[in-house]
Ligand binder design. Sequence first.
Ligand code: MOS
Length: 705
Amino acid sequence: MRPTAVGTPVDRADARSKVTGTACYTVDVVLPDLAHAVVVQSTVPTGRIVRIDAAAAERAPGVLGVLSHANTPSLAEVPTFPQGPAGQRRPPLQDDTVNFDGEHLAVVVADTLHHAAQAAALIDVAYDREEAVTTLEAGDELPPSGIFGEAPDSVRGDPEAALARAEVRLDATYTTPTEHHHPLEPGATVAAWDGGRLTLYDSTQWVSGVRDAVAMTLGMATDQVRVVSPFVGGAFGSKAMVWPHVVLAALAARHVGRPVKLVLSRAQMFTSLGYRSPTVQRLSLGARQDGTLTAIVHAVTQQTSVFEEFVAGAGYISRSLYACPNVAVRHRLVRVNAPTPTVMRAPGEAVGSFALESALDELAAQSGVDPVALRLRNFAEDEPQEGLAWSSNALRECYQVGAERFGWERRTTEPRSMREGRHLVGWGMASATYGVHSEAAAARVRICADGRILVTSGTQDLGTGTYTTMVQVAADALGVPVERVTAALGDTDLPPAPHSGGSQTAASVGPAVWSAALDACSKVLALAEQGDSYAEILTRHGIEFVEGRGDARPGASASRFAMRSFGAHFAEVQVDPELGEVRLTRFCGVFGAGRILNPKTARSQMIGGIVGGTGMALTERTVTDRRLGRVVSPNLSGYAVPTHADIPWIDVCFIDEHDPHVNALGVKGIGEVAIVGVAAAIANAVHHATGRRIRDLPITPQTLL
Ligand code: MOS
């Protein structure tokens, strides 16, 4: 590839439309005769519905219809990820059972949102309440049946014997709370029927997943459903799978014979799109006196709902991040009267790394080895679990470059030894890693006689920069400036592409766009004499446009190499010794993630991940009332995400990494590696500042004082 556009900080293709407000998100969609749906949710964690009285709601002004289990047709189950695209297998409004507080029980449709909300408040539900398990600690542990096709438990070597023999031993339990994604745009669907055909505008990470799930649920042919999602106001995993409100919008529209918009409220976001399960992680480390790891045992307990299983493999990071001959990983689940959890940015690694990277810091302190030196000492030359060679691994450079940029050598070893005025200052660091993923994807590139070039693919841009990077890839493949190229995405009428999760979009769709562009180019050149532009050639032949098609799929290298991205995080905190307030004052993240298509949008992604990790460390926690099994303060003051005032300038750096094995573009993906290890780096900095080891997130003034 001639690197002209790729690798340069091209401005976002969709920047102007977003800044000026012309970008149409799902919540902005307006159709003629549009009606509005409001969801009514359960207020008990478990039991039976004795009665749903909708009479008052049905008589209320503007009401067009009410759906509940009493009048909802039978719906088919859709398997959950990765067997199918559903976030929750159990379809909504099918019977009188309630499995968690906040479960959808009814939908009210009215001519205006105000009327729908007013009527929804009039729905009267009587329950026969049963005994609920409302916390992870209160239930029985059971082994999951599998974790995305992997065994939940694994052992290499003899960890117990190695622990018994270890010169340095550490045994600690780390806990993380329920976390919610809280994208700015809530879950939202607009459904419009045209005879037997259904069009859905949906805020989603997976247009074709929505199409397939809704078609399956309603017993329709896939080609009778079209899903459109040109802009998504954030997702972080909450829109990676298809949740019940999407099909409710379709049912509501059919019920009232009008297009319907259904937007979840912020409070409903706590129970409608999954969440990150809380974890209890026991970590045992064995090491030689010099810090060389000899044993890791990582045992994780997470929760799932009472009616189905979801588990993210929080312990897996301990198998592959460091060289260690004896490693055991174990996952257990507890069934709780709560919604089914789901993926959330770096599912598994984000929380697993908090335990592992905190424990490494504890080991560094115990063995008197600098935290960076300790990690370099345990660097894995090959992937330790499978024994495969890395396709590329820039972790050592990440440590070195990060330490240099941050000034790590000026760190004094002792806790409480650095101060700024009356504040305690702490420096901490952690490693990051995330797998390289890709799936089959298709794209088309059209070269027009007027010189314009159009890229199309049924992928989606979550705000990550897909519109921009796909334009860059096509521009370079064709040797034209980016200004000539536009992209259309987020529509199931376009060539199929996978879900935008697992940091896989650039690595999956990029190679498809590249090959579609080359295909289009060769079609023009077949007509050509030397030296003319595409437009001149097409015009001379009287051809309006040519179209190239590209299909890309994961290559055979995936079985020969271990493919991961890596990074290193360095954090500085200042702690107020009287108030216990922790402020992040400096942060540096360095990443080896293959080719960076656009350093501007990529930097923005990494900042987002680091901000997410800062929330994990310091503010984010969903609190559930044990007795009621209900989220306490379901709003953005009850659940605090970091704001601008909480975040310092963040130094982001990418190692120039050329990986010939991952895919044709050398792209590894960046969305998720950014958050992995951030919470540990901050917790380690808090320890350095205060001497207090906090093993329970988030680190609040209450925990520190
Ligand atoms: Mo991402 S949590 O894989 O949508």
